[in-house]
Design a binder for this molecule. Structure first.
Ligand code: ATP
Length: 299
């Protein structure tokens, strides 16, 4: 399966501030990918690198097999809605559609007009006089009607009401199933992403902590409860994501590809939201150091 976004060792620094560090990803096509992480994690930076608004400090990024924004063909294949859902305040809804038709070779006017009608937007209304949510809907309509192969959305649904959010995510899921569309979208609304996304990236403190197909991630993470344990005595193929202990009991979130066979542990699957929160609250990994004999002894 081809990748819609492929990066290797991708880093971006603003002055002394590291916004993205050594980001290596391969997002397969045909997915709705959720990009989540705390404020300042680097999500917008990654998406802006993917659309060519930023240049990497080091490393590489390819989108649909090409350099971001390297040609008009490449631009036509990628739709983007930035975090502030930019529209032209002095132009009406109808003007925006005309502009979209003029600028995009694959423009689907029927789709654009149908969405504007469904959303109840007045074609004569100027964008500057619309609510934030209505402007977001207009910007999203323009991006979808461009008929891109990849739609990149930076927190697109935050300003939409709950019904509009659900409807929009439904449109995205249908479009990926019926057309050749892939979506990468950042959001803090994990419960919404849970419904729509089948690929997940968790970015924390400028680094990718977790990436993969949602089904696979959920199948390989276990919430375990059992008698208080010595972490050093756990099986080698268990990656402990979080652990809490009382005097008598341990509760672990563990990643492992195999089944949990030890009957001492009660094993439950975990939901996407809890999985994301566990990775978001994981302490930052320590910089790699050469193992010394005393460090080896602690393992
Ligand atoms: P949020 O969820 O709050 O939108 P984010 O995950 O999108 O955050 P980014 O906007 O990518 O995070 O920011 C990543 C880091 O880079 C932050 O520490 C931020 O302060 C810094 N940063 C972002 N843009 C700039 C800039 N133009 N100049 C300097 N630092 C910046």
């Amino acid at each position: 399966m081809t990748a819609v976004l492929e990066s290797s060792g991708l880093s971006k620094r603003y002055g002394r501030r590291q916004a993205l560090t050594d980001c290596t990803l391969s997002i397969p096509s045909g997915h709705v990918t959720g990009l989540v992480g705390p404020n300042g994690a680097g999500k917008t930076t990654l998406l802006n690198l993917a659309v060519g608004l930023l240049q990497p400090t080091s490393g590489k990024i390819e989108v649909l097999g090409g350099q971001p924004a390297s040609s008009s063909e490449q631009l036509a294949r990628v739709g983007f809605v930035a975090q502030d859902t930019p529209t032209y305040g002095g132009l009406s809804v109808a003007d925006h559609l005309k502009l979209g038709a003029h600028m995009n070779p694959g423009w689907d006017n029927e789709l654009a007009e149908r969405r504007i009608t469904q959303l109840g937007l007045d074609p004569a209304q100027k964008a500057g006089k619309m609510s934030g949510g209505q402007r977001a809907q207009l910007a999203l309509t323009l991006a979808v009607a461009k008929r891109p192969e990849l739609l990149i959305l930076d927190e697109p649904i935050a300003s939409l009401d709950p019904l509009a959010r659900r409807e929009f995510l439904q449109v995205l899921m249908e479009a990926t199933a019926e057309q050749e569309l892939s979506v990468v979208m950042s959001s803090h609304l994990v419960s919404d992403l849970e419904r729509a996304c089948d690929y997940l990236i968790v970015l924390v403190a400028s680094r990718v902590r977790l990436a993969g197909e949602v089904d696979q991630l959920l199948a390989t993470h276990w919430q375990l409860t059992g008698p208080r344990c010595d972490p050093a005595a756990l099986p080698d193929d268990w990656q402990v994501i979080s652990a809490s202990h009382t005097d008598r009991q341990s509760t672990l979130l563990v990643r492992t590809s195999g089944p949990v066979a030890d009957p001492a542990w009660a094993a439950d699957h975990i939901g996407l939201e809890d999985l994301v929160l566990a990775y978001m609250s994981q302490p930052a990994p320590q910089p790699a150091r050469t193992a010394t004999p005393s460090m080896e002894a602690q393992r």
